[in-house]
Design a protein around this ligand. Structure first.
Ligand code: BDR
Ligand code: CA
Length: 317
């Protein structure tokens, strides 16, 4: 199995993705690191602990960034994920605790313990990865890969006409992470908007996932109402799960290679830009860091089938 650290701001779609990371036999979940974003940092950590408990698994949880590096914090989007991040449903008590170690330190220690092996999957604002890089710049040579759910190249944004939420919530951290010299895959709205998890598929997941399924299902109902009202579709984009789907089934995505940049202020704050690898441009600011793999399209039905299969009949361990 691939050892991963899952960096998250749970969040309804984060919760689904965590369920996948806990269920899939080809994923070894080393830990959950938490960030503000969909919710406050305290709520994010609470939810990460709860989701692992409901799945009956003992997974380390390390708390991270409480706010963005530079800009003032945007208010959490309670109308999308609920004020408790899980659709405002009633939640069971949490009995476990987060580690004393910070998220950034946890990332540094785990990657150094297994150089060349660990994949960082980040599905919230990118402050923890930026902080880890600052603590230990040699991480760029030691991670196996970084997979980020965030950004949008041609699809347009979901919080402004050009910006995707995870990048918009901390554009300065995103610029550092997306331009670092490490192997990186961006799974943004160009791919995730092609995937819609319909209520019938969700019902199958709920039935198969026991106590965790109940929370996934009830919080999905809240998220679904937002999608219905805001986008006029019946179903939800499983944004964060798509990062894991890419890791396990890259054949379900169409990838382009290019240099990434992030707009850090002004009207287009949070916009992600890509300069195709094979073209030469006069301004060197467009070609900083490594060439990234950017998901520009996805086989939506194929992605949804994979998610449902994984959560309904997980392959044997
Ligand atoms: C991303 O923003 C968050 O609201 C979701 O959890 C996902 O990570 C989608 O833009
Ligand atoms: Ca998220």
């Amino acid at each position: 199995p691939t050892p991963i650290i899952f960096d998250t701001d749970p969040g309804v779609d984060d919760a689904q993705a965590i369920a996948i990371a806990l269920a899939h036999p080809d994923i070894e979940l080393l830990g959950l690191t938490t960030t503000f974003g969909n919710v406050t940092i305290e709520v994010a950590t609470h939810n990460a602990l709860l989701l692992a408990e409901l799945a009956g698994q003992s997974i380390p949880v390390a708390q991270g960034a409480a706010g963005p590096l530079v800009k003032p914090k945007n208010p959490p989007p309670g109308h999308i994920h609920g004020d408790n991040g899980l659709g405002n449903i009633e939640l069971p008590q949490v009995t476990t605790q987060a580690l004393k170690q910070s998220a950034a330190q946890f990332i540094v220690d785990q990657v150094n313990a297994r150089p060349g092996e660990v994949v960082l999957v980040a599905v919230g604002p990118l402050g923890n990865l930026a902080a880890a890089l600052q603590l230990d710049p040699t991480l760029v040579d030691k991670v196996k890969r970084v997979v980020v759910m965030g950004g949008s190249i041609r699809e347009g944004g979901n919080v402004t006409p050009v910006a995707e939420a995870n990048i918009f919530n901390d554009p300065h951290a995103a610029a550092r992470v997306l331009q670092a010299d490490w192997p990186l895959t961006l799974v943004g709205l160009d791919a995730t908007h092609r995937c819609v998890l319909d209520p019938q598929s969700m019902a199958q997941i709920v039935e198969a996932q026991g106590q965790l399924g109940k929370v996934l299902g009830e919080s999905y109902a809240f998220y679904r109402a937002f999608y219905q009202q805001a986008l006029g579709i019946d179903g939800c984009c499983p944004h964060d799960s798509c990062a894991l789907v890419w890791l396990m089934r890259p054949d379900l995505f169409r990838v382009e290679r290019g240099y990434l940049s992030v707009v850090t202020d002004g009207l287009a704050e949070g916009q992600t830009l890509m300069a195709p690898e094979r073209r030469e441009f006069v301004d060197p600011r467009w070609s900083q860091g490594n060439v990234a793999e950017v998901c520009m399209n996805a086989d939506g039905p194929g992605v949804i089938d994979w998610i449902v299969d994984t959560l309904v009949t997980p392959p044997a361990r």
